[in-house]
Every structure is written in structure tokens, then in C-alpha cells.
Ligand binder design. Structure first.
Ligand SMILES: NC(=O)c1ccc[n+]([C@@H]2O[C@H](COP(=O)([O-])OP(=O)(O)OC[C@H]3O[C@@H](n4cnc5c(N)ncnc54)[C@H](OP(=O)(O)O)[C@@H]3O)[C@@H](O)[C@H]2O)c1
Ligand code: SF4
Ligand code: SF4
Length: 376
């Protein structure tokens, strides 16, 4: 296992961090957990050199922290740093923040949390949490030793990331990043900004929740033609670890074989180790994925709201995702929500209001029907 320094914190960490969000396939909506299997996976990772474990109050129907607490008995707690997250939806005031942290410490069977994160905070939420004293709460908990580091995780646009990062004395930040998200969310710009401020960065969704682990044909052809043979997973992780700003790459493994493979990969990863040919390959891979894009919808939402409730950008985004990553539309969460909310393309009456507003001049009415047909 390769270890890295966490920016300004003076803490060493394993480059591979285990994510505790997916045991038994939460991604497919099944949040029941095979407790013994999850405990075995966690201990397998730690025995293999992993020192960073990520969980959250809400994961796996609120059971992830409990299982992690059990896995870290018998001397395992001392071998790792734990990251967990404050569930923002449950926070009303100072008392609720205190109660939630106390509950998380109890579930994790520990007297302190190493990395305590505001979970998926956005700019608007950050303003409201400031108003109820969240920054002071984090400072006090740090002084009292209940948390070691003040952190946040983030999924919004870069501008919000920059604002939140600059607005408080954060110790660490967790962002979604992978070779397909270079210009999405915090993106490469956000990673560089954190690096300039010496704030360590922890990566989530490095395989896009597993979608980058199975390459479609046109991508696999590029991997196959390259002289050095590596799995899609290895290329994705190596590309991430090539960034010196990255401290930890999280991955939520479901099977012992996945932990085994990831331990092997993270034995040799180095920042700045990829040569020009390897970087060119990854750029070509990214383009090959993008070639599979169905429609050039930018998600700007100028076409919204549709008077008939059709979620136009949501349907186009699902259409693109299913095509890019060859996933099953029945397992697409966004699409499931669109169907549940009655916001499908079957509600379109062809009024044309959306097409008049679209800056990309997309033939929305016709394309919605194509998308809906392919996604059904
Ligand atoms: N703070 C937040 O808002 C937030 C959001 C997302 C994630 N997270 C955290 O970040 C962690 C990492 O994100 P992630 O779980 O999305 O990571 P990821 O690495 O992008 O995806 C994990 C999935 O990749 C597949 N995988 C992993 N290793 C593999 C291997 N060696 N071979 C083949 N497939 C492999 C598995 O998919 P299969 O299911 O196909 O087996 C696994 O479920 C999470 O567990 C969670 O702790 C936080
Ligand atoms: S054409 Fe269809 S999708 Fe577009 S605004 Fe009218 S009803 Fe909504
Ligand atoms: S206005 Fe056009 S580009 Fe923007 S979200 Fe709607 S369909 Fe997509």
C-alpha cells in the first residue's frame, strides 16, 4: 500500500480509502446489509494496509456506522482514521448538531471522529448552517477532541465550491472526481484550488460508482491497443493517483476480490508517474466515452419548467448516462424518480415552449420521444 501526506495536516494516509456506502448494493436501492460480510470486507482492507475509512450517518439506512463500529473492535480502531458525516437534513439548531455527533460517536464505538464532514453541503445550506452556528460548533468540537478535522463533502457547481472552500478554515474536502468529471462539479479547477491552499482532497466516485469499471467496446479497444495491459479499474485509479493534490481515493467495494484487486493497484500508484502516452490514452478514453453521448443537452434548464411537468434535462441526462456507461435504465435512480413523479416524456403535448427557450436549439420534442422509447 502506498501512503500519502494529507496536505497541511501532517497526517499520513493510505492512498486507497474504503467507502462504506455500498455493501450489498445500496446503489440498486437495496439497503439491507449482510453484516458479517461487511465486517470481513472492512477488516480485509485494514489488514491489507488501508488506514482511511469513510462512512456517513445516512448510509445503508443508517446502519453503516453501526457495522463499522463493530468491525473496528478487537484493536482495529487504532489502525485507522474514520471519516463520517453530519446529516444536514436532520440539523435544526446547535442542540441537534450535538445530539447527532453524540449518536454517531456511540454508533461508531469511539470517543472521537478523525474527519467530520458536512455531508454534501451546497452554498445555500452553508449560509443557513453558518446562521445557526455550525462553524463555531465544529471549532468547539475540535478543541474538545471529539473531532480532529473539520471537513465537507461536495457535489455542486465549481463556483459554490470555491465560495465554501474560501469561507472557512477547512481541514479537508471530499469531492467527486474521475476522468469523466474533469469539468463537472468541483472538477480539476476545484482540485487545484484545494491543492494551492494545501487542503487535502479525498476523492469519491473515482469509478463513477462502478460505471467506469466495465468499459464499452469502443473504450476497451483503446485499452487493448495500448502496449501496457491494465484493467479499466486500474487505469481509472492510476489516473486519479497521478494528481499530487489527491490524498485518498475512496472506493466502496462489495466483494473480497474487489478489495484484493484495489490493494494490489494501490501498492504501486505514484503522483506524477504517468507518462505522456498514458495521459494521451486517458484523454482518448474520455473522448471515446463522450462519443457515445446521445444529445448535447448542457443541463442549463432554460427550457424549464415545462408546463406539463416533463423533466427535460433529467430525461436527457439519463439517456446520455445509460448510453455512455452501458447501464440498465431500470437501475437508473434519476429515471426512477422521474417516473415516480410523473415527469416522463409521455406527458409532453408538443407545445414547443421548451424548444423556443433552448440555447442549444435542440429538437427537444422529437428527441424526448426517442429517449423515452429507448429508456422504456
Ligand atoms: N459524501 C458524499 O456525498 C458521497 C457520495 C458518494 C460516495 N461517497 C463515499 O465515497 C465512497 C466511494 O464512492 P463510490 O463507492 O461511489 O466509489 P467508486 O469506486 O466510484 O464505486 C464503487 C463501485 O465500484 C465497483 N468496484 C470497486 N472496485 C472494483 C474492482 N476492483 N473491480 C470492479 N469493480 C469495482 C463496485 O461496483 P459493483 O457494485 O459493480 O460491484 C463498487 O460498488 C463511497 O463508498 C462513500 O463512502 C460519499
Ligand atoms: S413541448 Fe413538451 S416538453 Fe416541451 S414544454 Fe411543451 S409539453 Fe413540455
Ligand atoms: S434548454 Fe436545452 S440544453 Fe438547456 S437543459 Fe433544456 S434541453 Fe438541455
Amino acid at each position: 500500500m502506498k501512503y500519502r501526506q494529507m496536505g497541511k495536516l501532517g497526517v499520513q494516509t493510505s492512498a486507497f480509502g474504503l467507502g462504506c456506502m455500498r455493501f450489498n448494493g445500496e446503489a440498486s436501492g437495496d439497503s439491507t446489509i449482510d453484516e458479517q460480510k461487511a465486517i470481513n470486507l472492512i477488516r480485509q482492507a485494514i489488514d491489507g494496509g488501508v488506514t482511511y475509512i469513510d462512512t456517513a450517518y445516512v448510509y445503508l439506512n443508517k446502519t453503516s456506522e453501526i457495522v463499522l463500529g463493530k468491525a473496528l473492535r478487537d484493536g482495529y480502531r487504532e489502525k485507522v482514521t474514520i471519516a463520517t458525516k453530519m446529516p444536514l437534513g436532520a440539523v435544526k439548531d446547535r442542540e441537534s448538531m450535538e445530539a447527532l455527533l453524540a449518536e454517531e460517536l456511540k454508533k461508531l464505538q469511539t470517543d472521537h471522529i478523525d474527519f467530520y464532514l458536512m455531508h454534501g453541503v451546497d452554498k445555500k445550506e452553508w449560509a443557513s448552517f453558518k446562521a445557526i452556528g455550525a462553524p463555531e460548533f465544529f471549532d468547539e468540537m475540535k478543541r474538545e477532541g471529539k473531532i480532529r478535522f473539520k471537513c465537507f463533502s461536495f457535489h455542486g457547481p465549481y463556483e459554490d465550491f470555491e465560495y465554501i472552500l474560501n469561507d472557512y478554515d477547512w481541514d479537508m474536502v471530499q469531492i467527486q472526481y474521475n476522468f469523466m468529471d474533469v469539468e463537472n462539479q468541483a472538477g480539476l479547477k476545484g482540485l487545484k484550488l484545494a491543492g494551492e491552499k494545501k487542503i487535502p482532497v479525498v476523492i469519491m466516485e473515482g469509478l463513477l460508482g462502478g460505471r467506469l469499471s466495465k468499459a464499452p467496446e469502443n473504450v476497451q479497444a483503446l485499452y487493448d491497443a495500448f502496449p501496457v495491459k491494465r484493467s479499466a479499474v486500474e487505469w481509472a485509479f492510476r489516473w486519479l493517483c497521478n494528481h499530487p493534490e489527491v490524498s485518498v481515493v475512496l472506493s466502496g467495494c462489495n466483494e473480497p476480490e474487489q478489495i484484493e484487486e484495489n490493494l494490489r493497484i494501490f501498492d504501486t500508484v505514484e503522483a506524477g508517474a504517468m507518462d505522456d502516452a498514458e495521459l494521451e490514452l486517458m484523454e482518448n478514453v474520455r473522448r471515446a466515452y463522450l462519443d457515445r453521448t446521445k444529445i448535447g443537452c448542457t443541463g442549463c434548464k432554460y427550457c424549464m419548467p415545462c408546463p406539463n411537468g416533463v423533466n427535460i434535462p433529467g430525461i436527457f441526462s439519463a439517456w446520455n448516462n445509460v448510453s455512455l456507461y452501458c447501464t440498465d435504465p431500470a437501475k437508473d435512480w434519476g429515471l426512477k424518480r422521474i417516473r415516480e413523479n410523473g415527469a416522463g416524456a409521455d406527458q409532453c403535448v408538443g407545445c414547443g415552449a421548451c424548444e423556443a427557450a433552448c440555447p442549444q436549439h435542440l429538437p427537444i420534442i422529437e428527441q424526448l420521444q426517442c429517449a423515452w422509447g429507448e429508456l422504456s
